[in-house]
Write a protein that binds this ligand. Structure first.
Ligand code: ACO
Length: 464
């Protein structure tokens, strides 16, 4: 375990990198991989390898790996599949510690024999190997891009593992759009060596990572996978694809994986303390909340809204997902009643009425947070035509960014809104400030479920 952690350290923070199949041809993947490393804001030695070139992108080029004078921590391989075993043998001779095999053409296209040859070479060596059939990784924590794809994630605290390269790239752009910061994002492809469990173990001890998110099509060693989730003292969010029969068929041709029984996956992830998410959007929704908000200690939710309909939708979505919207205690009722116009009597969901402004939002949310019978609060707004949206977003920014009420009360505050363009810029401000905010009652409730499941996991760990 200790040795493995150390080995992935040189994998994620290499002092020297070689690209085999580096090319001057700007359309080649080997060109893009080398360029991404060179333009990274990260200091390390870089060695292009190509038998026909003297220099690529201004860097001295070596004919083969074994010609490189110094030690090589990481090798990226971007040559046709049939040459890959020979390159790996060169890596063994050169005592290379880590390899990323970008090349495809292995088990995902039925070429199991060739993949087996790679596995045999790995077995006889001490190398750690990512792939084949991968994009590589982007280590946003240190600014290193060891992939061939475009897109720079915003630096943050969510580590993402994707069995699909293309989806991994999509996740980078979606994360940026959502202002969700990423520590590392990595494609695992056919997983002949470095597997999800190795990465969960690494991210569990990575100080830059607070939440781990995975997109998987299949796991190779179920028991090890579960043990890694169990041992990880951080939330682990899992999207497992191939739920349907046709979806399972598609995973076989994508990464050569057997999707397995979906119910068994669900039970295993739950038992290990992970959280299964429906899709990437749900994973991101939960990750954004888990990074900045405390987990829910219980399942009782308070809702503050300026629209009765939105309050009911939130109530339904919460209760359908096992959360409770309790009646207000007399004390809380009085506190909120005092700030509302005479004709309105508060309940939970608390309808602040359509003209609710900054102060009503702030005082009602504070009253709910003070209530021991409430574990977390949803602050909601619909553009009803009376109140200005800035009043709603301003109140949230004050409560979360300035007053940090979620930290003071150790209860999460998340937000939801229904409206059009006039809200969007304001909501972007919230997202940029790390406020978990969602455009639907269902997504908001599911995020609360994520915070609740994490609270349960923490409770179980403490009671051990
Ligand atoms: N050592 C070093 N370089 C070599 C060697 C060798 N032994 N032999 C050949 N080369 C050079 C070639 O001369 C070439 O350089 P050049 O452009 O200067 O001539 C370079 O290596 C690449 O070799 P090519 O034969 O030109 O191969 P090409 O670049 O067309 O394809 C690749 C290689 C990209 C690995 C391809 O086989 C492949 O697998 N593509 C798919 C990759 C992929 O999609 N992976 C999954 C990613 S996940 C996702 O979906 C994003």
């Amino acid at each position: 375990m200790l040795e493995m952690t150390h080995r992935l350290d040189t994998f994620f923070k290499p002092k020297s990198i070689a690209v085999v199949g580096a090319s001057s041809n700007t359309t080649k993947i080997g060109h893009a991989a080398l360029k991404n490393i060179l333009i990274s804001d990260y200091d390390c030695k870089v060695y292009p390898i190509n038998p026909h070139e003297e220099k690529i992108l201004g860097e001295k080029c070596y004919k083969k790996l074994t010609d490189v004078p110094g030690k090589i921590d990481l090798v990226l391989i971007s040559v046709p599949a049939k040459i890959v075993p020979d390159i790996m043998l060169d890596c063994v001779s050169k005592n290379v510690e880590n390899i990323i095999i970008i090349s495809s053409g292995f088990s995902e296209v039925g070429n199991h024999e060739l993949e087996k040859r790679l596995e045999e070479i790995i077995k006889k060596s001490k190398m750690r190997v990512l792939g084949p059939n991968v994009m590589g990784y982007k280590n946003a924590s240190i600014g290193l891009d060891a992939s061939f794809v475009y897109g720079n994630p915003r630096k943050g605290n969510v580590a993402l593992i994707s069995q699909s390269g293309a989806l991994g790239i999509g996740m980078i752009y979606l994360a940026n759009n959502e202002f969700m910061g990423v520590s590392k994002i990595i494609g695992v492809g056919n997983k002949i060596d470095i597997d999800d469990d190795d990465l969960i173990d690494y991210f569990a001890q990575d100080p830059e990572t607070k939440v781990v998110g995975l997109y998987i099509e299949a796991v190779k060693e179920g028991r090890t996978f579960m043990n890694s989730i169990k041992a990880c003292d951080k939330p682990v969010l899992v999207v497992k694809a191939g739920r349907s029969r046709a979806g399972a068929r598609a995973t076989a041709s994508h990464t050569g994986s057997m999707a397995g029984s979906d119910d068994i996956y669900s039970a295993a992830i739950k038992q290990a303390g992970g959280i299964r998410c429906r899709d990437i959007v749900e994973l991101f929704d939960m990750a954004k909340a888990l990074v900045g908000q405390p987990p829910l200690k219980g399942n009782k939710i308070g809702i503050v809204t300026n629209g009765g309909g939105l309050g009911i939708l939130l109530t339904d979505a919460c209760e359908e997902n096992g959360l409770i919207i309790p009646k207000l205690s007399k004390k809380t009722h009085k506190k909120i009643d005092d700030i509302l116009p005479d004709l309105i009597s508060p309940n939970n969901p608390v309808d602040l009425s359509a003209d609710a402004g900054f102060l009503r939002y702030e005082l009602a949310t504070s009253a709910l947070l003070e209530d021991p019978n409430i574990d977390g609060v949803i602050v909601a707004s619909v553009h009803g035509g009376y109140a200005r949206p800035e009043e709603f977003t301003g109140a949230i920014l004050k409560m979360i960014r300035e007053r940090k009420l979620h930290e003071e009360y150790k209860k999460p505050i998340i937000a939801t809104w229904v409206g059009g363009r006039e809200y969007e810029d304001l909501v972007l401000d919230l997202k940029a400030s790390g406020v978990p905010v969602y455009p639907s009652a269902w997504r908001t409730a599911r995020t609360m479920v994520g915070l609740y499941l994490e609270g349960q996991r923490v409770k179980r760990e403490k009671s051990k």
